[in-house]
Write a protein that binds this ligand. Structure first.
Ligand SMILES: Nc1ncnc2c1ncn2[C@@H]1O[C@H](COP(=O)(O)OP(=O)(O)OP(=O)(O)O)[C@@H](O)[C@H]1O
Ligand SMILES: Nc1ncnc2c1ncn2[C@@H]1O[C@H](COP(=O)(O)OP(=O)(O)OP(=O)(O)O)[C@@H](O)[C@H]1O
Ligand SMILES: [Mg+2]
Ligand SMILES: [Mg+2]
Lengths: 256, 256
């Protein structure tokens, strides 16, 4: 049975999509079967895997909104062992469309149920908000992985994110855990990063991963080539950090 | 009568809040009366001006959702000539709450109407989405200022943003213009920035501001001191860039 991760943080631009793509790729490189679900209307994860607009005709929208069959919406990527359910621009209207519907929060959980036997890990890339789409991801997930940019505004939103996870645990998903917090775009020369890192480790202890993702220009170049950084430049510090992160995650999961 | 700007981009972390705070401060430094409206449930603009959680008891929520009086929700800041309407965490539930209500899109425009005579400029900081809150900002605004990080994913979302502005222009606000696109977090040593800048200037021409905001660590340090970078470190390249941006904007507005 697949373990499902929601990759979430309502703060924008903290590395959610970059983590979904590259952690997913690093896990697939360990011979694990991985599915990435792009739940962000922006569709950056779909782009990061090289999908054109035309490749997204089948996507997460129908299974989520109309309860359609999801298996037919899974597409292969250039990464061996990693498949994707693409996003759709229409997702941005989903919150209002389902405002009065029943079981709003459990739609993604039902949609993913038939796929759980086919994968080892399912990573859900969330939009920068704590609305309907992210709440669906929290209800469908076993745990939440929180990418956190080591900046002041990003730190500010953490307590609100933790309270929301607690609310979902009580109302819809009693097993929901926090998989961990991963510091991203970390610049060793910048005191602010150290300050934020110390604050977060004091506040959350070993929930914060030891592995830190450094700011690395190869990471931001890779999406324009439609490839994860592990395929674009395997030797870069960014690719190596995501390989290390996958290793630490697997150790933590075994240790549990 | 105040000119109202929506500072918007659905891509997260591109410098919307940083631009609202620092462009607002630079305009106030030119002896103009400025109001910043924090329409993002994260409340980063309120934090960036040094407001604690306790200072936000009166905020944009009631005027927006219940049609309450907005004048009493305006608070002063440390910046002479610049006031703020703080954000509220409850804003994140607004979209569903008003899903069936009448005149959903014109709530902010009605709420701001009584203030138009008191200010020269009103800047509305938007959340990273094209949902109810940002659509309200587009309907209330005279023009949209688009901060754009010079990265590949940020470029991808631009056409969707432009289409949404066009839709609002047709349905709710025929006068809505694009004030301009401002390149942010620009790193001259990074070829990707030049590539994206060339692409955007080719696609949009002189809608793109000449002034570029460089990546500058003093900008990201300022929020932890509750001050705009112009007050935190006036001599920094970041502060100087926002002063230049205010100058270019005023020239463009006079030229119109
Ligand atoms: N470690 C890194 N080093 C350099 N650039 C990075 C790094 N991680 C992410 N980026 C770049 O920073 C930008 C933001 O990252 P990304 O889009 O993954 O964040 P996000 O949280 O998914 O954003 P959103 O909130 O819009 O969904 C992207 O342009 C990405 O390429
Ligand atoms: N020019 C700059 N140089 C360095 N850091 C910057 C610059 N502009 C913004 N930042 C930092 O980058 C992060 C993102 O900026 P900001 O929060 O203003 O973006 P945003 O678009 O408002 O994000 P969101 O989508 O979450 O609302 C913040 O931590 C901010 O301090
Ligand atoms: Mg993303
Ligand atoms: Mg912001």
């Amino acid at each position: 049975r697949a373990r499902v991760f929601a990759i979430a943080n309502q703060k924008g631009g903290v590395g959610k999509t970059t983590t979904a793509i590259n952690l997913g790729t690093a896990l697939a490189a360990c011979d694990l079967k991985v599915l990435v679900v792009d739940l962000d209307p922006q569709g950056n994860a779909s782009t990061g895997f090289g999908l054109t607009r035309g490749d997204r005709k089948r996507n997460i929208y129908k299974p989520l909104i109309e309860g359609g069959e999801v298996t037919g919406c899974v597409v292969p990527t250039h990464v061996p062992g990693l498949s994707l359910v693409p996003s759709a621009v229409d997702l941005s209207g989903a919150e209002v469309e389902l405002a009065q519907a029943d079981e709003r929060e459990t739609r993604l959980r039902s949609a993913l149920a038939p796929l759980l036997g086919d994968y080892d890990y399912i990573l859900v890339d969330c939009p920068p908000a704590l609305g309907f789409l992210t709440l669906n991801a929290f209800t469908a997930a076993d745990s939440v992985l929180v990418p956190l940019q080591a900046e002041f505004y990003a730190l500010e939103g953490l307590s609100h994110l933790m309270r929301t996870i607690e609310r979902v645990r009580r109302a819809f998903n009693p097993n929901l855990e926090i998989q961990g917090v991963v510091l991203t775009m970390y610049d060793k020369r910048n005191n602010l990063c150290d300050m934020v890192a110390n604050d977060v480790r004091e506040y959350l202890g070993d929930v914060v991963y030891d592995t830190v993702i450094p700011r690395n220009v190869r990471i931001s170049e890779a999406p324009s080539h439609g490839k994860p950084v592990l395929l674009y430049d395997m030797k870069s510090t960014g690719a190596q950090a995501y390989i290390k992160l996958a290793g630490e995650m697997l150790r933590r999961l075994r240790g549990q």
